[in-house]
Design a protein around this ligand. Structure first.
Ligand SMILES: [Zn+2]
Length: 396
């Protein structure tokens, strides 16, 4: 075991764990699931019988078991049944790999303005129209009173997260009012020191991205053969979200292509990831969250981790971290990182970033950790180095 292995394990055990008790986390999850999977679909149906929620798909780090610090962010994909059949939408190859041109077949079904729109625009209107009912349903969510606290609705917003181009994410904001934490309460992970979050209220945001779902064989002319024959994609299909291609030619014609999402397969893959790779993922996410303008978002990290874990299998923590940084260094300088479930989609193209900053930040981290790795565990030298890094990331 190297010093770096010890350091990463400590960083994880002290910084990446939930800071509130296990039963309370379960209660928050229970309320959020109830709201998103029962209350909202029923309410949308009551508000407009033309819309049906086919499925609410768990997405994001909470459901991948890779959320760090607190369960304060939940992500879901809301699948609209009326848009999830080849009868309602027609898809073709988009202008870029990983994107599809999506046409609504039933023109004028979701608006009564009498205006003429392109079939591509009609698809967008149908989702925006659904989103208006989604926001209305969210605003009607009643207070959820539990044993450990009370969940109270605050407001709902259309938010660009993690980038402004994702402007079709509906974010419902809640406040979790905690009851005073009793001593001796069972913790999800035991912390050695006391935290200052014990009696504070917790802000909880629930992100919902509206989409349609289609089986993978519908994408036969759009996705590469490796995707079409992927067992997980065959089982779960793909989703199409509103994220546009934003190329000048498509924008001019008002026919933006839409991003194909592999969320269900990704969440399943991440939740079943080797435990060491999960620790490495959480720690790198934490490290990069302290680096400003790095452009390393969790999707780039996640994709890197998925590729490496498939190639390497179980690995020591320090070695895994070095491989992640090395791999990011290469992909950021090439500007090319393939999506795990679609090798033709370049992830650097869906979220542009300050590539030069990124390259040097990674290089610096990489060199520091390479030095760290060479020091045997237990030697005094590594304490100094870990203190240095802790101060840098603001842990102490
Ligand atoms: Zn396009």
């Amino acid at each position: 075991m190297s010093s770096l292995d010890v350091y990463i394990q400590n960083l994880h055990d002290h910084q990446c764990i939930f800071q509130i008790p296990k039963n309370e986390v379960r209660e928050i999850e229970h309320f959020v699931i109830h709201i998103v999977k029962r209350f909202i679909p029923t309410t949308i149906k009551a508000l407009n019988p033309n819309f049906t929620v086919l499925e609410v798909v768990n997405a994001g780090s909470y459901f991948e078991h890779t959320k760090v610090k607190n369960p304060d962010e939940f992500d879901f994909m809301v699948v609209v049944r009326e848009l999830s059949t080849p009868v309602s939408v027609h898809i073709q190859k988009g202008c870029m790999a990983g994107y599809a041109n999506v046409k609504l077949r039933q023109r004028g079904r979701w608006h009564s303005s009498g205006m003429e729109y392109t079939p591509e625009k009609e698809f967008e209107i149908s989702i925006l129209s659904f989103n208006a009912f989604l926001r209305q349903a969210v605003s009607l969510v009643p207070v959820q009173k539990g044993r450990y606290g009370t969940l109270i609705y605050q407001d709902v917003a259309v938010r660009g997260k993690p980038y402004s181009v994702f402007s079709h994410v509906q974010t419902a904001n809640f406040i979790w009012k905690r009851k005073i934490c009793k001593t001796g309460e069972e913790m999800l992970y035991q912390r050695s020191d006391t935290t200052n979050t014990n009696n504070e209220n917790l802000k909880i945001c629930v992100d919902m991205m509206t989409c349609c779902h289609l089986p993978v064989d519908i994408f036969s002319e759009i996705l590469p053969i490796s995707s079409l024959s992927n067992p997980s994609l065959i089982k779960h299909g793909c989703h199409i979200v509103l994220k546009p291609c934003n190329t000048p030619s498509c924008n001019d014609k008002e026919t933006p292509c839409r991003l194909i999402s592999y969320t269900k397969s990704e969440v399943e893959k991440m939740a079943n990831l080797d435990e060491n790779w999960k620790v490495i993922y959480k720690c790198t996410k934490l490290l990069f969250s302290y680096v400003e303008y790095s452009g390393i978002d969790s999707y780039k990290l996640k994709s890197t981790i998925l590729h490496l874990s498939a190639r390497q299998g179980h690995i020591e923590l320090g070695r895994g971290l070095i491989l992640v940084l090395k791999s990011l260094q290469i992909s950021s300088s090439k500007g090319m990182l393939g999506c795990y479930f679609n090798s033709t989609l370049n992830i650097w193209s869906i979220s542009l970033s300050y590539r030069y900053f990124t390259k040097w930040q990674i290089l610096l981290l990489f060199k520091i950790f390479r030095v760290f790795e060479k020091i045997p565990a237990g030697e005094g030298q590594h304490l100094l180095l870990s203190q240095m890094i802790d101060q840098w990331i603001g842990c102490t």
